[in-house]
Design a protein around this ligand. Structure first.
Ligand code: NAD
Length: 301
């Protein structure tokens, strides 16, 4: 890692699924990281997930036990956002996907951070330009969209807001490469690239199911076996969370105003029924069987 990169001090906001993964990779590649969350429970859960994932890497001989200890020693946790971001050279926000919350967090960051600190967000779908507009440094605000699970997935989708500078884009790309990730730069339009293509594909799979073209397993098998997707679109929807899939579909629908982005009524119904996929125990499949084999939900048999 170059000296310039090595001097970066990282703050990650949010210790959930993505926040703890982002903290893990930065710490593993030598950076000092503070992981910040409003919830002390979320911080301890996040830290225990990182420890578990590092243990798994040691068992698979991807890292040594010493590297695990060194990684953990680089992580601090905090519930005090103001005090914890003052030294940071880059803040990566990975808090709950909610526009009002993100705007509030970025207003605070703009006030608490040094003027040259880069403010990045891991949002899946909220406009980077909108977030940047609540700060007085829109040139230093950027999307840094890691994929789940962060320690495993290679891609970082780097999203340039309307005013993001070349300098900030280059720094964030170099930081991503220093984590052994592959950054891909895109412009700020609804869904960016990843979700603009992925989410309509998932929605189309749900429409095919709803219309009776094929069953859950048949649709997933066509895409797994025919298109070499590691997971079928319906299983992937369960993994992402159907509420999240619906929320991103709405962003595309609102942002482009085209009927092709309308969510399938079956998706809307399932979210209303609380069938959110893995996190609620049931979506297109059921997850509380203790069975390793995927079991299709009784609603679709
Ligand atoms: P999560 O619900 O697992 O975690 C969010 C965390 O943010 C929680 O621990 C919560 O306590 C914390 N939080 C809420 N308000 C806060 C505040 N004011 N300050 C500090 N912490 C706060 O969510 P997640 O799945 O990790 O998603 C985080 C972000 O990453 C979202 O913007 C989401 O769209 C994006 N994202 C998620 C995925 C995914 O697969 N889960 C993939 C890519 C991007």
């Amino acid at each position: 890692m170059s000296d310039i990169l090595k001097n970066h001090i990282i703050a990650v906001i949010g210790a959930g699924t993505m926040g703890n993964g982002i903290t893990h990779v930065f710490a593993q590649y030598g950076y000092q990281v503070t992981m910040i969350d409003i919830s002390p429970d979320a911080l301890s859960r996040g830290l225990s997930t990182i420890t578990k994932n590092l243990d798994r890497m040691v068992a698979k001989e991807k890292i040594t036990a010493l590297e695990k200890d060194q990684t953990l020693a680089r992580i601090r946790t905090s519930t005090e956002i103001q005090a914890s971001v003052q030294d940071a050279t880059i803040v990566i926000e990975a808090a709950t996907e909610n526009v009002d919350l993100k705007l509030k967090i970025f207003k605070g960051l703009n006030e608490f951070c040094k003027p040259d600190t880069i403010l990045a967000t891991n949002t899946s779908s909220i406009s980077i330009t909108k977030i940047a507009a609540v700060t007085d440094r829109p040139d230093r605000v950027i999307g840094m969209h890691f994929m789940n699970p962060v320690p495993v997935m290679k891609l970082v989708e780097i999203i340039r807001g309307y005013s993001t500078s070349d300098d900030v884009t280059n720094t964030v790309m170099a930081l991503s490469q220093s984590l052994d990730k592959i950054p891909v730069t895109v412009n700020d339009y609804p869904g960016f690239v990843a979700n603009r293509i992925l989410i309509p594909m998932i929605n189309e799979a749900i429409i095919a199911l709803w219309e009776g073209v094929a069953g859950v397993e048949e649709i997933d098998n066509v895409m797994k076996l025919g298109m070499a997707h590691p997971m079928g679109p319906l299983q992937l929807a369960d993994f992402i969370g159907l509420d999240v899939v619906l929320a991103i579909t709405r962003v595309l629908q609102d942002g482009y105003g085209q009927p092709k982005y309308a969510p399938c009524p079956l998706l809307v119904n399932m979210v209303q029924a609380g069938k959110l996929g893995v996190k609620s125990g049931e979506g297109f499949y059921i997850y509380n069987t203790g069975d390793k084999q995927l079991v299709v939900s009784p609603n679709f048999r």
